[in-house]
Each structure stands twice: as C-alpha cells, then as structure tokens.
Design a protein around this ligand. Structure first.
Ligand SMILES: [Zn+2]
Length: 269
C-alpha cells in the first residue's frame, strides 16, 4: 500500500505560534556501551506543536477535548481542494471551494458516504522552516467556513499554521458580489472583525475538528491528476478528487486536552 505522509517531522526547527512552547526532545537515559539499558527521551511540546488537531475545547468552554473525539470522524475518505494560486495573506473564499463542496451534495451508488474530511492545499508547507513567511499564509473567510460546515464537512485540514490569518496585519477581507445593474456605490474597502479567530469559532463551534500544519497535500493532487489522465473514459464521474483518498488524522489520547499531535497520512481508497 502506498502511504503519503502528511506530517512534518518534530525537531528543534519546528516553528511555534507566539506564546506556544518550543519543541524539545532530550535524552534522559541512554544505552550503555555494553548494550545494557535503554534509550528514553523527555518530550517538551505544546498541544498545538507541529502537525496536530484542534479539538472544539481549543476555543470553546465545555466543548469536546481531544480524547473525547470520535475516531471515525478523523479516519476516512478525504476530498482535496487546490488553492495553491493564493498569495500571502490572501483569503480563500466560498467560490474557491464551490466546485469541491458541490461535489459532496448527493450520495451516489458508488459513493454512498461522501467525504467528510476536507484538505485545503495552499502549498504554504514549503515555507515550514521560515517562520516569517510561513505565518503569512492564505486563510479562510468566515463565509467559506460557514459553507464548509453547511456542506457537511466535519474535519478541515490545512497546510498552514491556522485556517485564520496570523498576526495583527491581516484584516479579514471578504469578497463581495458586485451587482452590475445598480449604480456603483462607495463600497466598504474591507470588513474587519474584532474576533481574530472567526474561522476557528465557526468550525469548532459546529463540532468540527481542524487539522493544522499538514504537508505533502500536493502529492494527493498530483496523484489524482495522474490517475485522471489514465481514466479519461470515465467522464461520467465529475467529482473533483472526491473519495479517492483515505486519511488518518488520529491524535494522541491526551485526557481533557484542547489539541494533540497527529501522524497524518493518506492512502488510496
Ligand atoms: Zn491548533
């Protein structure tokens, strides 16, 4: 079975969000020269270090912690959306996701259970070791988060620090539809919300789980394209990328915790 690893390695270079613990793995016992004894290390990390998931209790009182999550939610078919054309701090809006979310609408005979895991490929994982650039990742708009919830998605995975923008210099700009029949009006330039984490609140508030700092999502798309080119006869299957991959995003079972590292990986359905 061909496995695609979707996790970053945990090492001393792992970037951490401001205020989060720095990762360290230090030796506390070693194997002696004569082969006796064993190697044991102490781990120091945050619950949101490296590739990990956010449980609803990350942002909400009395919400599910990571050990209370249903594992069946975190292992299953996934759909991948390619938004790698997005620039730094650019928003990912509803129209960027429409095609993929629409494909989830109706269960079919071949796919009675549409994917409930959405992976968003921005390509930003290539900046993983460059904190300044990595933290300028594209982000979802609140409207896109609402559309994701409405489409029945239960898990959203991103190859960035967060589905929300990082830092103070990232006002959330929502796209607006311009009505060409009406006279142009002075439009508000942007809509800035006082909540710095609106996407987290929408997704986690709806009982969804967020996977962050994924990597190698491009490999899922590339393999899809390769497969599509061999499969051109099957033109009655318009679903983009749907249900071709299974993923596992299972976390460490840390009692009462708001998040946990995951070893994320994908394999062919
Ligand atoms: Zn997190």
């Amino acid at each position: 079975m061909h496995i695609i690893d979707l996790s970053h390695a945990l090492d001393a270079q792992v970037p951490a969000c401001p205020g989060h613990p720095i990762f360290a793995c230090t030796s506390v016992e070693t194997i002696a020269l004569d082969g006796s004894g064993s190697a044991v290390s102490a781990l120091h990390l945050g619950s949101h270090t490296g590739t990990h998931i956010d449980a609803p209790s990350h942002f909400l009182h009395d919400a599910k912690s990571v050990d209370e999550l249903d594992l069946s939610m975190l292992v299953g078919p996934a759909v991948v959306v390619d938004v790698s054309h997005k620039q730094a701090r650019q928003s990912i809006d509803v129209f960027d996701l429409d095609e993929v979310l629409d494909s989830l609408d109706a269960p079919s005979e071949s796919e009675p259970t549409p994917p409930r895991i959405l992976l968003i490929h921005t390509g930003w994982s290539r900046h993983w070791l460059d904190y300044a650039t990595y933290s300028t990742h594209p982000h979802l708009t609140p409207a896109a988060a609402e559309a994701i919830v409405h489409a029945g998605i239960r898990v959203v995975g991103v190859d960035t620090f967060s589905p929300d923008p990082m830092g103070p210099a990232a006002p959330i700009v929502t796209s607006s539809t311009i009505d060409s029949t009406s006279a142009p009006e002075p439009e508000p330039e942007s809509h800035t919300t006082p909540d710095p984490h609106p996407v987290h609140h929408i997704l986690l508030g709806a009982g969804c789980v967020i996977a962050e700092n994924l990597t190698n999502l491009d490999q899922l798309l590339r393999a899809d394209h390769d497969s599509d080119s061999n499969d051109h006869v099957n033109s009655d299957l318009p679903r983009p990328n749907a249900s071709k991959w299974m993923v596992s995003l299972a976390p460490l079972k840390i009692a009462g915790c708001d998040g946990a590292p995951i070893r994320a990986f994908a394999w062919r359905a």
